[in-house]
Every structure is written in C-alpha cells, then in structure tokens.
Design a protein around this ligand. Structure first.
Ligand code: NDP
Ligand code: GDP
Length: 345
C-alpha cells in the first residue's frame, strides 16, 4: 500500500515530535517543517530517536511563497499545522508577531491548499485558551470564546478560518481544541516543565529557588502522548469536525508544584498568607518556592477544565495518563536529565 505523506509544521516542538513518532509507527512518510535559525533545535526528535526517519523542510509561517513552495514540492495527503508562537506570556510582549504567525499563518496554509490541491487534509492546533475566563462548567465544542491574550485571540482566528475554509471550499479542515498537555518534551517556559526542571536543578545544587506567578491558576493538564493520538484520529474521521481534547480534571499550579517537589524527594512545608505564600524545605529550612510578580500576566485565565465526551463518542479517544502520573513522568525525566548536566532553561 502507498505510504501516506504528512507535512507537520512545528516539527521541533513538543507535539510535532510526538505526532511524528506516532505517524512513523503508522507507516507514514513524514516531512517535518522547521523554521530556519542559526542553531536548529532538534533535541526532541533526537530524544525520541526519530530524527533520521524524518525529512526536514525549511518552513516559515510568515512567508506565503515559502509555504506554497513546500506544499507544491511535497503534495502531502495531510498537513498538521502545529507551528505557532505558542507561549501566552510572550504574546503580551509580541502581540503583532503572534498574530502574524498564529492567525495569518494558518490562513496562509489554508489559502495555499485552496490554490494548489483542495484534497489535502488540514489540521489546525486550536487551544483551550480561546475559552478564556470565568466558566466553572466543563468546556466543550459549543462553549463561548472569551480570549484573554493576543495568543488566544490569534488562535480564535485560526480556529474560525479553518471552519470557514471547510464550509466555503469543502476542504477537509478540522481543529482540535486541546487543553494543556505536557510531557518531558514540554518547553521549560511553561509552568509544569518550569517546575520540574527547576526543582531538578535545585536538587543538583545549581539553582536555589523556584519562582512562580499565580499559584492558584488551574488547568486541565493531560499527557501530550495521549493528545497527539487524538489529533491523528480527528484526521482519520469520516468527516471533518472539531473536537475538544481534555482530561476533565483541573488542578492548581500549587498542587502541581507540591506533588512535583514531594516526588523529587523534598519535604515541603507551605507558609505565609495567600498573597505571600512560600514553601520551605523542611530539612534545610531554605525557601524552595516563592512568588514573583514578574510572572503574572496583564490578563490571565484562572480556570480551565474541558469535556471531551464528543471525542470519546466519535473517535473512541480518551486520555490514559492521569494528573499524578503525569507529574511523576516529568519529575523522573528531569531528575535523570539533571544528573547528566545542566538542564537548559
Ligand atoms: P511548541 O512551542 O513546543 O512548538 C511550537 C513549534 O512552532 C516549534 O517547532 C517552533 O519552532 C514552531 N514555530 C514557531 N514560530 C514559527 C514560525 N514563525 N514559522 C514556523 N515555525 C514556527 O508547541 P507545542 O508542540 O506544545 O504545541 C503545538 C501547537 O499546539 C501550537 O500551535 C500550540 O499553540 C498548540 N497548543 C498547544 C497546547 C499545549 O498544551 N501544548 C494546548 C493547545 C494548543 P522553533 O523550535 O524554531 O521555535
Ligand atoms: P498556558 O495555559 O498556555 O498559559 O500555560 P502556562 O504553563 O504558561 O501557564 C499556565 C498557568 O500557570 C497560567 O495561568 C499562568 O499564569 C500560571 N503560572 C503561574 N506561575 C507561572 C510561571 O512562573 N510561569 C508560567 N508559564 N505560568 C505560570
């Protein structure tokens, strides 16, 4: 049987690496789209041992001519658009770039598909950040959007334009509204991996404290390996449709940090008032975790929890790894990495 060809944008990121691994196991030929820089960031593909199985192509979300050339050259069966300026914090510093990359980047790819070959299937990486603030119920595909950052606004555009190209031109275009998903391959600027990597560095004696922003923000954190399986299933669906992927549980940053510190072997005691809480290591009496207002955002999302019933019903998808196991996987990986040398943060 002819191998399916997939183009994965954002191949150097967390999801790009895990999705490539999954597709290779399903006998795909993979083209991995990376953006050219002075030092290429291939550590995730190396860590999974799949770098040699992927054909890398230079790709830039901001450059329509480049996108067209890549699509014409490869003529893929499926395009997974995972590339993005993916960090909410940076989108407050670089809102225009974030919009160019995330919103117009998705449109540039869709427009290229429309011009070159409308049979190419398209996946857009939408985000639970689109829902924004203040909804205690579990969020699903029908919930309202109230984006709270330029990142979230840019993702709403990417989401809506994907639906529009499906409706207007009959393209198999779908979006996954994914709640936060983490792993040992998560970037260290995101709070989960920041916690596990910094605690590992503290244990190795190379750092003193872990400084965080809002301890009480809650997220529905799942395991990235489970989530890329859901992405792939959406693209094998009978018809293009958008789905929420989530675990259905919400936990706070403080809970994540507490379990991570204990799993790392620290005996943690929380002290102080809610506005100025800190944690000390019972054995050394040193401050291990403290607040730093620098990590607060001008507008944040305090609570997110998703409902993936529809994905379970139609795609047979459900997450396997639960919260505590996820923390353990990440702590153990960073513990091992820190024994080999400094974890780059
Ligand atoms: P990462 O930050 O790990 O990866 C982002 C990728 O996009 C990197 O490969 C990066 O390349 C690439 N990229 C950034 N800017 C450009 C550009 N201008 N042109 C081409 N490539 C670019 O993100 P994840 O793997 O975690 O997430 C994948 C997608 O899913 C993203 O779109 C993200 O916004 C979305 N998402 C993620 C969630 C999560 O919890 N992980 C939740 C919901 C949505 P480089 O290595 O050069 O920086
Ligand atoms: P996000 O959901 O995509 O923004 O993922 P993050 O991992 O960056 O942030 C999750 C939540 O943790 C947000 O509400 C942040 O404000 C909160 N948070 C608290 N302290 C920190 C911190 O030090 N770094 C980051 N990245 N987030 C923090």
């Amino acid at each position: 049987m002819k191998k399916k060809i997939a183009l994965i944008t954002g191949i150097t990121g967390q999801d790009g690496a895990y999705l490539a691994n999954l597709l290779l196991n399903n006998n795909y030929k993979i083209f991995g789209a990376y953006r050219r820089s002075s030092s290429l960031n291939l550590w995730r593909l190396e860590e999974l041992g799949i770098l040699d199985s992927i054909e890398l192509v230079s790709f830039e979300l901001l450059e329509k001519s480049n996108i067209e050339r890549v699509i014409k050259l490869i003529n893929p069966d499926e395009i997974y658009n995972l590339a993005a300026q993916s960090y909410v914090g940076t989108s407050f510093e670089n809102p225009i770039y974030t919009t160019q990359a995330n919103a117009l980047g998705a449109l540039r790819i869709l427009e290229s598909i429309r011009m070159i070959n409308k049979n190419i299937k398209f996946y857009q990486a939408s985000s639970s950040e689109m829902f924004g603030e203040g909804i205690p119920q579990k969020l699903n595909e029908k919930s309202m959007f109230h984006p709270r950052s330029a990142y979230a606004v840019s993702k709403v555009f990417g989401h809506q334009i994907t639906i529009n190209y499906r409706e207007a031109y009959g393209i198999f275009a779908c979006s996954g509204i994914l709640f936060n998903h983490e792993s040992p391959l998560r970037g260290t600027e995101f709070v989960t991996r920041k916690i596990t990597s910094t605690l590992a560095e503290i244990q190795a004696g190379r750092k003193k404290t872990l400084e965080l922003g809002d301890y009480y923000a809650k997220r529905d954190w799942g395991y990235a390996v489970d989530f890329v399986e859901g992405i792939w299933r959406m693209m094998q669906n009978d018809k293009p449709k958008d789905y929420v992927l989530a675990t259905g549980e919400a936990h706070s940053v403080k809970e994540f940090a507490t379990i991570a510190a204990r799993t790392m072997g620290f005996d943690l005691i929380w002290k102080g008032k809610k506005t100025n809480e800190y944690a000390i290591d019972k054995n050394t009496k040193k401050v291990l975790i403290k607040k730093n207002s620098k990590f607060y955002r001008p507008s944040d999302v305090s609570f997110l929890r998703g409902d993936a019933k529809e994905a379970k019903k139609d795609l047979g998808w459900k997450p396997k790894v639960k919260f505590k196991e996820l923390v353990k996987i990440m702590v153990e990986s960073d513990k091992k990495k820190s024994l080999k040398g400094k974890i780059l943060q």
